[in-house]
Design a binder for this molecule. Structure first.
Ligand code: ADP
Length: 277
């Protein structure tokens, strides 16, 4: 048996993975070890492959080459339910049938745990109640999703993912379309899940400063490859950000948390503060 790395045997890892849509290869020879019990943020410009990589980690896309390991086992050898008991995924902009209530949706998170006949148990009810409580959605459980605000609806989807009770959560832009208060609420919820419940989280995030503040580990992606990965203070540097986003930034410590904070430089500064223009 090939020797698995410590991370691969306790969580999620990709080894030499390539992914293509038709003939277009969008991820090539990617190695990614997801640190267990930590919050990892995938950062990169539009089209850099973040969603593709997340779907691959969630078993929704099969790599053309290489392999994805869940607890040291290749995902290709696992059943859909086995994967779904290990990894919960919240896709970007998910859609639900009209009239579905919050509780109906959250109950769908239990499918990998249901028996052959799909019967629900007390355990399922408890998991749903806890997921609703954690996301502050208990009061709204009976409401149809289409009657909720964008922020409430997003929390309902997160509750569904939590009801799945997986050690690993994959979240694709969980804060998009949320106002600032709800963005912070979601980021803090995710942090708590990691710190208090020992969850492993990988999230695609757009806001670099929020990622630097809340994530333990940041993976910077460009054109389907990892440019840098590590602690926020090690990878959120002016050099790496210029490389990944082609913008000049100044990085300074966040006055509240001392995590790195990026301030994009106006064009004038770009022309006058760099010797090579
Ligand atoms: P990101 O999440 O970083 O914006 P994506 O993973 O969505 O990037 O996309 C990476 C690349 O793959 C892009 O060039 C995109 O156009 C392409 N792509 C994504 N999904 C598909 C698809 N279903 N079919 C064909 N090409 C796709």
């Amino acid at each position: 048996m090939p020797q698995a790395s410590a991370t691969a045997s306790t969580g999620l890892a990709a080894e030499g993975v390539s992914i293509a849509y038709g003939r277009t290869v969008v991820v090539e020879d990617l190695d990614l070890a997801v640190p267990p019990h930590a919050f990892t943020a995938l950062i990169g410009s539009n089209g850099s492959g973040k969603s593709t990589i997340l779907k691959m980690l969630g078993g929704l896309l099969s790599p053309r080459a290489g392999r994805v390991l869940l607890d040291g086992r290749p995902m290709t050898g696992l059943t859909t339910k086995e994967v779904a008991r290990g990894v919960g995924m919240l896709a970007q902009g998910p859609a639900a049938p009209e009239g579905l209530t919050v509780l109906d949706l959250v109950r769908q998170g239990r499918y990998p745990h249901l028996s052959l006949f799909g019967r629900t148990s007390e355990r399922d009810d408890m998991a749903c109640a806890e997921a609703l409580a954690l996301t502050g959605m208990s009061e709204l459980a009976g409401r149809p999703l289409d009657s909720l605000s964008g922020g409430q609806r997003q929390r309902a989807w997160i509750a569904m993912t939590l009801a799945q009770e997986t050690p690993i959560l994959l979240l694709d832009e969980p804060t998009t379309f949320l106002d600032l208060a709800h963005q912070i609420e979601v980021m803090e919820l995710v942090s708590r899940l990691v710190r208090e419940r020992g969850k492993t989280v990988v999230a695609v995030l757009h806001d670099l400063n929020q990622a630097a503040r809340y994530a333990d580990h940041i993976v910077l992606l460009k054109a389907g490859t990892v440019v840098a990965a590590g602690r926020p203070e090690d990878v959120v540097t002016a050099e790496w950000i210029a490389e990944v986003f082609a913008v000049a930034v100044r990085v300074m410590p966040d006055p509240l948390t001392a995590t790195p904070m990026c301030i994009p430089l106006p064009l004038y500064h770009r022309h006058h503060s760099s010797a090579d223009g």
